[in-house]
Write a protein that binds this ligand. Structure first.
Ligand SMILES: O=C([O-])CC(=O)C(=O)O
Ligand SMILES: [Mg+2]
Length: 202
């Protein structure tokens, strides 16, 4: 998927995708904790076993510009795998965001990092350099009930996160762009006092 396509995705409103699609939206338990505007990137998946910080670090070493790291904590929502140090490293790799099915830490640093960060919440308890085996990267994940495959694209904003195959996004993108382009005129007509039945009922 080209950088140009990711750039087009990063100009749409993510809820506009929700006007056209039913699947691929993370539920509201995953909230944005840092970042501004729409951010789009390639899903790079990792499942962390045993709260192991070294496995997180290895996943970060594999990131490339335009990637969006997606971290499955194997059901552990208490140990934060992402904080000031890991966010700085992820940013240094040129990645654009992180989804954690669990908690994150060092919130002020995450807000300053420029990354789009999405998680269940915050914690002061972190992963540790255990060196536990069993972590896997590049695998299909299920994050809060939504399947995420390596190669899917992540599109995120303040409202939530969509994770979809590139072919689904390329099909819907022209519709989303047209919808976003038309909305300011509709809002202006509503605000100008135009009859609502004509605007809303058809
Ligand atoms: O070490 C961790 O697991 C998270 C953290 O605090 C950091 O990256 O700064
Ligand atoms: Mg830290």
């Amino acid at each position: 998927m080209t950088a140009e396509f990711l750039d087009r995705l990063s100009r749409i409103s993510v809820p506009t995708l929700g006007h056209f699609l039913e699947d691929g939206f993370l539920p509201p338990v995953i909230r944005r904790l840092a970042g501004r505007g729409t951010v789009a990137g390639r899903a790079r998946t990792v499942r962390i076993a045993g709260q192991d910080a070294l496995a997180v670090n290895r996943a970060i070493l594999g990131l490339q510009p335009g990637d969006f790291l997606v971290v499955d904590m194997s059901g552990d929502h208490g140990h934060a795998p992402l904080g000031a140090v890991t966010a700085a490293a992820i940013g240094a790799q040129g990645a654009v965001g992180v989804v954690v099915d669990g908690s994150v830490t060092d919130l002020a640093d995450l807000k300053a990092s420029g990354l789009s960060v999405h998680a269940r919440g915050t914690s002061c308890l972190t992963t540790k350099r255990h060196g536990t085996t069993g972590s896997t990267s590049g695998v299909e994940l299920e994050i809060a009930g939504v399947r995420i495959a390596y190669g899917d694209l992540v599109v995120a904003d303040d409202n939530g996160v969509a994770v979809l195959p590139p072919e689904v996004l390329s099909g819907v993108l022209p519709l989303a762009e047209a919808s976003d382009a038309a909305e300011p005129d509709l809002l202006a007509r509503i605000r100008s006092g135009e009859a609502l039945d004509g605007l809303l009922a058809t």
